[in-house]
Design a protein around this ligand. Sequence first.
Ligand SMILES: [Zn+2]
Ligand SMILES: [Zn+2]
Ligand SMILES: [Zn+2]
Length: 304
Amino acid sequence: MSHTSTATPAAFPLTIHPHWRAAAEARGFGILQRVKDRYHLLLSCKACGATHMSKIFVVMNSQPQCPRCIEARWQADAEAAGLQWAGRDPQSRHHGFYIADCRHRLRRQFELIKRAAAGTCDVRCELCQQQKEQEEAEAQGWELIGPDPDGGPNYRLYRHPECGHEQRVARANMQTGRFGCGLCGEDWPAAPSHLYAMQFKLLNGTCLVKLGFSRNPDSRLRHQLLKHRDLDAKILKTVPMATGQLALQTEKRLHAKLQAGFPDLVAPPDLYAGELRVKSEVYFADAAQVIFAMLDAIEPEEDS
Ligand SMILES: [Zn+2]
Ligand SMILES: [Zn+2]
Ligand SMILES: [Zn+2]
């Protein structure tokens, strides 16, 4: 039952003392009325006209904060930092959401955006940054795993899918390709390679197909791809390629074709992350016939 209906008298005094008005005035607010209980006032902001409820104690002893003015400041900071304000984070008093130029939604501390607005730091979209670094790695035939385990700001941890080897590489060296794989050496781009299609049966019964390239598909299957030895897996088809570089380029082209033409056949990584040591380029079993046809089609054209 409500006891604030107009029919019943308020359960708290309604008197507004002049020294309260003076204190509110000095802090940029007018007092409209007492509300809720004997400790609260309804204030109106002189800057924007919005009303909000504040404790009498706050009015008398510190600075009431107008929620609309605060939000306007966050929004102004966002715009000055080159972002679009997308609202506060209901989970945290210190965080808001922002839309970057790339249209990604970022969660950031208000303080950081304030500093970015003042030009003392940068707001970088981590999704775009990661994608950019992933593409740099892929262009060299590597996969980005993540930050440097030793904490070096200029280094990242990468994986060489050809041999499964993981190693730290300076990002600048990855960009230019001036480094070699610690396991399989520097000659993989020139060495003969294979495209392959492999089939996996996950523990839940789902059948998947992976299209990839490797100097030695058999060893890749047995030693690198499977997280559990007893997983049901086999090589369905391999196509010899003159060089690793050619195999890489062809593989990328086929994946692009598959993803564009058969998006429904791309298996979501969550499905196999627990069982396979790969992050993408895995398809549902129905893709096998398409992949075979693609592999058949490249034989005459690229097997030089
Ligand atoms: Zn205001
Ligand atoms: Zn982005
Ligand atoms: Zn290697």
